[in-house]
Design a binder for this molecule. Structure first.
Ligand code: ZN
Length: 264
């Protein structure tokens, strides 16, 4: 309880407040992030529906090909522009931090994608023990990104496409609206009550590493088919402006986080 009180007090200190402008580039052939909207078009009317029902009742499966268009899965849009929801970006950051920081509490990671072999290959973490949680403490990831009982100190705007184009890609006869390679999206991450380590943690979660004294985004997996189809799901973040090498260094020194190669 001691530690929780300490953290609570710290959370009420003013701390650093600001915004990081980020850009995300699609580096695989395609990126599809589902909006939950999908569409089937009726191509011709079912005018012989009675006949179809009768033959179905006699046990023969009616042939409906030609009556419906294939299913299309759309991405979210802002006006005409494709959008990656801020919640998707936040989820990506949270998963990576939970996997990288020993003893964080695995809110997301434990429940998702656990059956994918590729996921296991990339993210298997020998230093993690599920039972290692400290119930009286707020884990560093929840302290940053919030959980059911704790407000987040970070908010992610949607990322809006600023460059590139969308195509419908056929995967198993369904069509996925996808941003093509080289497409770019921009958005903002707002933070408050931060210290330098918090800032470094946030950047680490977005895949930033220090290369030659500068920040460089590593390849990260996002969206549909990221573990099953190599044409999909690879992105890389960069900063529109600002240098945060010191912050990232401080975070790495304090937590000695794990890293994963997400290219498979
Ligand atoms: Zn946590």
């Amino acid at each position: 309880m001691q530690r929780y009180r300490t953290q609570y007090t710290e959370r009420n200190k003013p701390g650093l407040e600001g915004a990081i402008e980020i850009e995300m580039e699609v580096v695989s052939d395609y990126l599809h992030v589902g909006s939950g909207v999908y569409d089937i078009e009726i191509l011709k009317p079912l005018d012989n529906i009675q006949q179809l029902v009768e033959s179905a009742l006699k046990g023969s499966i009616p042939d409906l090909s030609g009556y419906f268009s294939p299913v299309t899965h759309e991405m979210a849009k802002y006006g005409e522009k494709l959008v990656i929801p801020g919640s998707t970006v936040k989820g990506l950051v949270r998963t990576r931090l939970e996997l990288s920081i020993p003893n964080s509490c695995y809110v997301v990671s434990r429940n998702s994608n656990s059956s994918s072999e590729v996921y296991k290959r990339i993210f298997r973490n020998p230093r993690h023990k599920y039972s290692d949680k400290f119930p009286e403490q707020v884990c560093p990831v929840c302290d940053l990104l919030g959980n059911a009982g704790l407000a987040s100190r970070v908010s992610f705007s949607d990322l809006v496409m600023t460059q590139g184009k969308a195509e419908f890609v056929n995967v198993y006869n369904e069509y996925y609206e996808s941003a093509v390679k080289g497409s770019k999206f921009r958005g903002k991450v707002l933070y408050h009550s931060f210290n330098n380590v918090d800032l470094g943690m946030l950047l680490y979660g977005m895949g930033f590493r220090i290369k030659g004294g500068k920040l460089e985004g590593k390849i990260m997996l996002m969206g549909r088919f990221k573990y099953s189809d190599r044409r999909f799901g690879r992105v890389r973040f960069s900063l529109v402006k600002g240098e945060y090498v010191n912050a990232l260094n401080e975070f790495i020194k304090k937590y000695n986080p794990l890293d994963f190669n997400e290219e498979w």
